[in-house]
Each structure stands twice: as structure tokens, then as C-alpha cells.
Design a protein around this ligand. Sequence first.
Ligand code: DMJ
Length: 630
Amino acid sequence: MTTPALLPLSGRRIPTLSPGTSSFPHHRATLRLSEKFILLLILSAFITLCFGAFFFLPDNSKHKRFDLGLEDVLIPHIDSPKEGKHASGQVVIHGQGGHDEHRHREEEESLRDKIRADHERALQEAKEKLRKSREELQAEIQTEKNKVMEDLKKKDTGPKPLPPVPMPKVVGVSDGEPPEPDVKEKRDKIREMMKHAWDSYRQYGWGHNELKPLAKKGHSTNIFGNSQLGATIVDALDTLYIMGLHEEFKDGQEWIEQNLDFSVVSTYLAFIQVFKLKAVQLAEKLLPAFNTPTGIPWAMVNLKSGVGRNWGWASAGSSILAEFGTLHMEFVHLTYLTGNPAYYQKVMHIRKLLAKMDRPNGLYPNYLNPRTGRWGQHHTSVGGLGDSFYEYLLKAWLMSDKTDTEARKTYDDAIEAIERHLIRKSNGGLTFIGEWKNGHLERKMGHLACFAGGMFALGADGSPDDKAGHYLQLGAEIAHTCHESYDRTVLKLGPEAFKFDSGLEAVAVRQNEKYYILRPEVIETYWYMWRFTHDPKYRQWGWEAAQAIDKYCRVSGGFSGVKDVYSSNPTYDDVQQSFFLAETLKYLYLLFSSDDLMPLESWVFNTEAHPLPVLHLGNITLPGSEPAQR
Ligand code: DMJ
């Protein structure tokens, strides 16, 4: 039987398992609420960090070319003494004509004298030391140590460590069972779908990043790079946990413990420490990505060499807004968890830099060059390449218990510009979010942008000029439009992008925009709208989507995306995306759960639907953020 013990963590005490019991205590019927909360807390840090990391990983096939190309930029050039400099940095001039041999011998002689004198002094000191007692010697060593420490402290002009922050209050992580039998039935069905997705991955794709559910084998060549990082395991863990699938959770945890190796760890690791340590190890490996002339991180970093790079297609090798702007929550949480300010400082630097930049029409372009600090193409999107940057501004504020007013203000300003330039009503009365390209509005909305309905609703409370009602309404309108994009297809699943032009209303035109790859954004918005309004239509719409997924995407080896949502006989893309387990099924499950499962006053979901706790900081101010103003 496992006995929770208390171990210190960054000045706090957290429950963990005693040595020899490294696995999750699934044999106990229920965990105490406090234990659940703390496990989820640590797990969140780990999962969110891993998720972020996957986007940093480079494609191995390109390492060679890349290493050759960027080393000069990334690694400071240090001249060796033979090339003309002493280690001290003084310039030496070699090969001067008319060298005076006599002077040279004199110099050599004086050097030898100096060495001799040094030896004699050292010998004398050693003899004196030998006469001293052990205690005297120890005292001397200690004095020396103290002196070194003092000197180091004096030299350390860097930022002070964060003040200790109290553990957040234990909040209700109930199992969220809904009182209505028909809702419970739907929730059970979602849980069954999760089990099918997980079991299939377990059977055919274990350890690979994702699953090919038709070929029934692992799928690893995608955005995660070629590495075998078990992305689905990492991504699915908290969904399994929230759904109470503890056996499955335990399997995943064991795989991570034994296989997810960022560097070699020899010490015994208890349950919570596994996730925390792995998260920290990974974060350390990610830090070199920030070594750019501006501090805007590269899109990818080689975990071994620490060398970073960007995608060639991204506006001449720019960094992408939705990538460098989607680190804030994870890095702040990590600083909070470890007490190490480095992570916090990295992401605050990004924010400060962006605040100083001019923005065309108040909009943030999707591309920023990390070498020059200048914007790339003037393309702004609330969908792909931009989306989660805006999401994280709002959620940084929420996560700070609404004390990070700088983040809130930045969000409000950004949304105001987006409303002015990107949000329009179609002829048929559907509100949509278009894309801004070099001063021109493209009347096309991506599936990815549908998440914004939930974001507007989430940000309604606290919006300026008493516009809460307006933003809740805007959220509802986007939810409606995105539902229409589903409802106007044959499969009742939404296309990747849909237009509002030339008489078209929320339908895809191009063949390569007609696919559905198990994405979560529309269901995510239904869930937020449900939480804020309890309008039953959101559960109804969510259930329609769940049924369509089960009917058209389910195969014997898992769930697959489909290539054409307007065809009654669609072909499969043969990929079970890891975000299907992390997000789509989690949001569906929460939609059919009672609100006390993961209450929004206490939890903030990152862009991959991994929950992070609201940091109840009281009067403590994290460096760089404003004091609470409420
Ligand atoms: C997820 O990986 C994340 O939500 C990301 O921010 C954008 N959307 C994909 C899934 O569609």
C-alpha cells in the first residue's frame, strides 16, 4: 500500500510516493482531492513543456546542412592565441623582423626565475600547512569558500530569484459526473472513444509520436520531427487522468519514466519527481533556442547540440508569432514550480520587445525575424501562425489571478485591432474572422480560428469599457458560424478553411481545404460557451460532432482524419493526431461533465488543452508584472 509522504519542493511541500513505489496508485479507489490537484499540477507542467518542445524539434534529415549554416551566428567566435590574441585578449604581433635574440634569452631567464620563486613559496606554504591541525585547515578552507561565495554574490548583477509563492489553494477536481442520465450516457461514450484511441495507439503505435490507424503502425514523420518521443503518450496523459482511466495512465507514466530520455538520470525518481524533473530537463534543453541576437527564439532547436533554426518558408527564415508567443504560460509555470527565474525572464523579454515595436494598423504580423528584430510579411491571422499568441495574452492574465494587467492590456489592444480590421459579417449574416494580407482582407476563415469564439467568451469578464456582453455575444456568433461550417457539409464535420465570398457562406472551395483532421477548435468553443451560458444548444452541437467523428473517422485501428467532408464516401488520411486525445476528446468529455470538474476559476487550459493552475499570488508580485489592481 502506498503511503503519501511529504517532500520539499521549492520551499513548498508536496505529496509524493515512497521509494520503491514509482507508479501511480491506481489500486486505491479514489485519490483525495488535494492529491489529485497536486498530481495534475505537476503533470501539467511536464505535459505543457513537452508539447512546447515538440514544436522546437528539428527535422533530423536537415541537421547537417543546418549546422553548417548557422554556427557562425549562434556560437560567438573566439580567436585562439596562435591566431593573434592572448587568452587575456591582448593583441600579440608575430613575425616581426630584427628580433633581438639577446633580449629574448633575458626574458626566458626572468621567466624561469619567477617560476622558481613561485615553487619555493608554494613549498614553504605547504610545509606551514602541514604543521596546522586538521580543524585549522578545515576552518581555512571554509573561510576561502565563504570569500568566493561573497565575491560571486557581489558580481551577480543579474535578476534576483523569485520570491517564494504559496501553493495555490486546493481546488475541486471532482470526477464531474453529470446528474442527468442522458448526459452521463454521452460522457461515457466519449470516454469509450478515448479508450479506443488510446488502446489502438497502445497496440500499434506505442512509443511513436502518433498512430496510422489504417496501416496499424506508428506515425512519426510530422511536425514533431523524426524523433520517437511518444508524443501521443505525453499529450494524452492528463485526458486519461481526468477521465479516470488510471490503468492507461500508469502505462503512459511508465513509458515516460523508462523511455523519454532527455539526458541520463541515475537517481531514483518518485512519481511526481519524474514529471517535474523531466519538465526541467527539457526546459533546460530548450533554453538555447533563445540564443538569437534579439532573444526571439528559433522555431526549432537540436536538443543535443543546442543549435536552433527556423523554417525556410516562414518569410525568409522568420520566427512565427504563434510559436514564440505560445511559451508564456508554460515558462511562467516552470519558474513558479522551480523558483528559477530564467524561464520567466525569457518570455518576459519577448513581451517587452513586442511592446516596443510598431504594428501595422495595430495588428501583429505572423512573422518576426529573430536576427534583425523586424517584422516579415505583413500577414495577420487569428488562425494558423497567429492564433495562440492572442490566446496566451489573455491566459497569462488569467493564470496570474488577473494581476498581470500588462498582458490583459496587450490582449485588449490586439483584439480591438482584430475586430476593426479582420472581423466582418457575411451577406448571409454570419460573423467571421478573415485574414489580413498586406492591407487586404481575405474573406476566408480557418478551422483553427474557430477557437477564438471560446477566447472571446473567456475574455469577456474584465474587458474594458464594460464590453463583457459584447464579447460574449461575439463568442456566440463565432460559435454559430463554425457550427454552420460543420452543418453545411455531408459528414457534419467542418472543413479546414471556408469562404464568405461570391455568394459562398461558410463552405470550402478548394479541394485541399475540404479535409477534417480530428481538430478540436470548434468543440473547444462549444465547451467555453457552454460553461458561460449553459445554453443547451452547445451540448447538442458537441454531440453532433462527436457522433460524426465516431461514424466517419472511427476505424478498427483508432480514429483517422478524412480528406473531404463534402463526400459521402471520404478517403482517410490515416493519421490519428495526438491533439485528438489531448484536446478534442478532452473538451468533449468536459462538455458533458458538471462544471466542478476543472473549474475555470482555478484552471487555465493551454493551447493544447493541458490545464495549468491559476497562481493565487496574493500580494506577491512576479518580477515585471504589475501589482494586483482589483
Ligand atoms: C493544436 O495542436 C493546438 O490547439 C494549436 O494551438 C493549434 N491547433 C492544434 C490542433 O488543431
